[in-house]
Design a protein. Structure first.
Length: 369
C-alpha cells in the first residue's frame, strides 16, 4: 500500500497507515521497530473516490498512547476517527459526518490528558465552488478510552485547516491548546472545556497547513497556497483574561506553506516547500541566513543532535547543521517519493516513503512493508 502519513512509536511498536489506491481502503500497520517485522494489520474498508493529486487515503498521521493508536481517514461523506489497541483490535470508532475540502483529509489528532483532540475546520461551500456540499466545522475532544465526546466547540467554515494542534503552557498562566486556521487565526483553547481563551484573528488570509511552533512566549504559524504568497505570522499569545494576543512580527519571503519549522533555544529554522531554509533569531525575527537547499518538501524537518533532517518529495534525505551558519552536511537518496516527516526513537530514524518503511541507524537498515 501507499501512504503519506508519518510513523509513530510506543515502546518497540511502530504504527503507520497505508492505503489501497484502487479500493480506497485504509490500512493500519504495526511493526516491531527493531526487527521491522509486521506484527499485525487492520483494514478499514471504504467506498473508493478520486483524491487530490497530492493526497491519498493515508495522509493523516496517527497518534498513540500506552493503550491505543488513533487513526483518521475520510470517505466522501464520512470523516472518521478510530482507536485500536496495541494488538490491532478496534476499541471504538466515530463518524463526524461529511468532510468538505478540495484537497481531502489530512488532519492529524493529538492525545492530551486522556483525550483525543482533533481540529475539523473545513472548506466553505464557496471555497470548493459546490453549494450542494456543506460540512460542519468544529474542534473536538473525545475520551480516549470510550470515544465519547468530552467537548465540542463550533468553528466557522472558511478554508480547510490541516494544522495539528499543540499544547502551550505559559509561565504563571493556564495551559492552552493552540490551533491555526484561516477562519480563526492563531488561537488558544482551554484543554478541559474547549473554551476559546484568546485569538489573533488576523493571522492568516490563506490556508494554514503547518502546525503551531512554540518559541518561548511566542507562537509561529504560516499560511499559503499552491500559487504562492506564503507568509509566517508570529504572535504573543493572550493571557485569557485582560491581555489580548498581539502581533510580534511576520516573515513574507520564502516562507513555508506545508512544512512545520523547528525551534531550539533562540533559533528557528523554517524549511519551505520550495527548498529554501531560513534561520531566524526567534525572539526578534532577525534573519541569520536564508539559503536554498534545493528540492521540494511536504514533510517537516526534525532536529537530532545539532542537525536538521528533512526528506524531499523526490526522496532525498538532506542533513543540515542546526546553527546560525548554513552548512549542508549530507544528502542521501532514498529512491522513492516521500511526503512524510521522519520519526526518531530507539537510536533510529524511521521514514515512511510512498511504498516502504525505512529505518536508519541500529543494525537493520530497511524493512519492506
Amino acid at each position: 500500500g501507499v501512504g503519506h502519513s508519518s510513523p509513530v512509536l510506543c515502546g518497540n511498536k511502530l504504527f503507520l497507515t497505508t492505503c489501497d489506491s484502487r479500493s480506497g481502503g485504509v490500512r493500519v500497520l504495526c511493526h516491531d521497530a527493531v526487527t521491522g517485522n509486521q506484527l499485525w494489520r487492520h483494514d478499514f474498508k471504504q467506498a473508493p473516490f478520486t483524491p487530490h493529486k497530492f493526497n491519498n487515503f493515508a495522509a493523516a498521521t496517527p497518534t498513540v498512547d500506552a493503550q491505543h493508536v488513533y487513526v483518521i481517514w475520510n470517505e466522501t461523506e464520512h470523516f472518521k476517527l478510530a482507536a485500536l489497541d496495541h494488538s490491532g483490535k478496534v476499541a471504538w470508532e466515530r463518524d463526524f459526518g461529511p468532510f468538505v475540502s478540495q484537497h481531502g483529509c489530512g488532519i492529524s489528532p493529538i492525545v492530551h490528558n486522556g483525550m483525543v483532540i482533533l481540529g475539523n475546520e473545513q472548506d466553505s461551500a464557496k471555497s470548493v465552488k459546490d453549494t450542494t456540499r456543506t460540512g460542519e466545522s468544529f474542534i473536538v475532544a473525545v475520551d480516549a478510552k470510550s470515544g465519547s465526546t468530552v467537548w465540542q466547540t463550533p468553528r466557522n467554515s472558511a478554508v480547510v485547516a490541516y494544522s495539528t494542534p499543540c499544547l502551550y503552557t505559559p509561565k504563571g498562566g493556564p495551559p492552552a491548546l493552540i490551533f491555526n486556521s484561516q477562519g480563526h487565526g492563531i488561537y488558544g483553547v482551554a484543554p478541559d472545556t474547549g473554551k476559546v481563551l484568546w485569538s489573533y484573528d488576523e493571522a492568516f488570509t490563506m490556508r494554514s497547513c503547518s502546525s503551531p511552533l512554540l518559541a518561548g512566549d511566542l507562537i509561529f504559524g504560516s499560511c499559503g497556497s499552491g500559487g504562492g504568497g506564503n507568509y509566517v505570522t508570529v504572535v504573543k499569545p493572550g493571557d485569557g483574561k485582560s491581555r489580548p494576543a498581539e502581533l510580534a512580527y511576520q516573515m513574507k519571503k520564502s516562507a513555508p506553506y506545508v512544512p512545520t519549522g523547528v525551534v531550539v533555544g533562540n533559533l528557528a529554522w523554517l524549511w519551505s516547500d520550495a527548498g529554501m531554509l531560513t534561520c531566524l533569531h526567534a525572539p526578534t525575527g532577525e534573519v541569520r541566513f536564508q539559503e536554498r537547499v534545493g528540492g521540494n518538501f511536504f514533510g517537516s524537518p526534525v532536529w537530532v543532535d545539532g542537525r536538521l533532517f528533512a526528506v524531499s518529495t523526490a526522496g532525498e534525505l538532506v542533513v543540515v547543521e542546526a546553527s546560525e551558519k548554513f552548512n549542508v552536511l549530507h544528502r542521501y537518496a532514498l529512491k522513492e517519493l516521500c511526503h512524510s516527516t521522519p520519526a526518531v526513537a530507539l537510536g533510529r530514524m524511521f521514514i515512511h516513503t510512498e511504498n516502504h518503511l525505512v529505518s536508519l541507524g541500529g543494525e537493520k537498515k530497511s524493512a519492506d512493508k
